[in-house]
Design a protein around this ligand. Sequence first.
Ligand code: AMP
Length: 315
Amino acid sequence: MPITVVGSIAYDAVRTPFGERERMLGGAAVHFALAASFFEEVSVVGPVGDDFEEQHLAMLSDRGVLVHDVERIAGGETFFWKGEYGWDLNSRETLDTRLGVFEGFQPKLSERSRESDVLFLANIQPSLQLQVREQLPHARFTALDSMNLWIDVAREDLVRAIEGVDCLILNDAELRQLTAKPNLVSAAREIISWGPPAPSVIVAKQGEYGAALVTKDSFFALPAYPLETVIDPTGAGDTFAGGFVGYIAAHTEDDWGDELLRRAMAHGTALASFNVEEFGTERIERLAGEEISARVRELSEITSFSGAPLARLQG
Ligand code: AMP
């Protein structure tokens, strides 16, 4: 099923302990679309400024991403984000966020983007996520990502946007912040209990520890793929979301059950692991489908164990 994504299309300045880039292609919608393009056709919705380079649109098109709803705003500046990571890459400080062309942007979706069965509202102002959601009232699977900034400055709009989707994908700390609950599982179930309408699937991203999946009656978790070298985690969450939602889009006919969601988690995890091996989109741009499948197989092996025979316990 074809996918539409709205979210930041950006230039990022990033410093990690292993190097830096002053201006690289980034943005939540870009990382998502590159990952999801391995599974289904993805249309990206969002503005860029005069400064956005043609070669970056061409690279997305070469990967099969539809870019006709990427609107170039004359006189505008492309969204810019600057961040720096601590030595173990678990902590990140945002040094600058410039919304640029996203300020006052009114999304006008083409018929192709409105006809998608699957919608991903990637990280951007919640008011914009709401506007795009309204233009796809009949989408069959909808998911949303956000971040602490929007929980702080636009909570009301964000809660409305979350109530309008099937699946919420957030960092574990953001889930706790959003619900004011210290426990991850109870935070996730709290959001499910907002409904209907509310998401029935919650994915908690946990960085180097992997990701957890919570529904009303089930729980599943995967570790991150064990890498010895991580260079730049920027966009890992969006790349995970692209693999997760992309897999669901490619394999869902009517409903999404636990088994399908678990395989989707494995594909998101595998894709995210490639993303962090190099800066920005560098690794994913030259990734091949068989590399993803090989890592999904490895993940399946390293996470499987047999419960039998059970230990003979004292007491
Ligand atoms: P992640 O590492 O998955 O959290 O995503 C990082 C990407 O999110 C970067 O490429 C940034 O351009 C983008 N980003 C950072 N801050 C924001 C924001 N406030 N709104 C939308 N996108 C953002």
